[in-house]
Design a protein. Structure first.
Length: 194
């Protein structure tokens, strides 16, 4: 064996069993920069996940609002078929701030004439059942314009929803355009029977 080969073998054996080398290998790990990069990536993924989850919840609440109004509309149709008119929207149980329309913050049921015969229970807004949709987010409203016409309204959180008011222009029972009252009306979801 040549001197060079013998030196290599001895060098390898001494380094392989050196306590100093073992301690150096045990101390190796992530550097501060590697940890910061890993934490940054996790934080970015978590932020994206939170945004996507929040958006999904918002869309689910709006979907429920639209389905609730469709269910009330079906009950109103059944009521009309049986009675030849839609339920009244005036009176103590259906007034809010001096206006004569039923809102979901009224006594349950919020359209008193829709008894269990027409609807098992009146729906409540997923965010709040104590707020009027004409003023802020939450709640539903019902307004009978004439004995043969009505409007149901909910405020959608997703202002880009194609079912919102901007896609189906709506007028008050008086004929006044809702859009004349400001940009808030762009998020209203309205079902009318005129």
């Amino acid at each position: 064996m040549s001197a060079k080969t013998l030196h290599s073998v001895l060098s390898f054996q001494s380094s392989a069993f050196s306590p100093q080398l073992e301690m150096q290998k045990a101390k190796e790990g992530f550097t501060l920069i590697e940890l910061m990069v890993a934490i940054s990536i996790i934080a970015i993924l978590a932020a994206i996940g939170i945004v996507v989850y929040s958006r999904a919840q918002l869309l689910a609440r709006d979907s429920r609002r639209k389905e609730d109004l469709r269910a009330v509309s079906t009950a109103l149709t059944l009521f009309y078929t049986a009675n030849g008119r839609y339920p009244a929207s005036g009176g103590a149980t259906c007034s809010y701030g001096g206006s004569s329309y039923c809102t979901s913050n009224s006594a349950n049921p919020w359209i008193p004439e829709l008894t269990i015969e027409y609807m098992k229970s009146m729906p409540k807004d997923p965010v709040s059942d104590s707020v009027n949709p004409w003023w802020t987010l939450g709640g539903y409203s019902y307004l009978r314009c004439t004995p043969n016409s009505y409007s149901l309204t909910a405020y959608l959180e997703n202002i880009d929803d194609p079912a919102a008011l901007k896609a189906q222009p709506y007028k008050f029972c008086t004929g006044a355009d809702v859009d004349s009252f400001g940009g808030w009306s762009k998020s209203l979801y309205v079902i009318t029977q005129m």
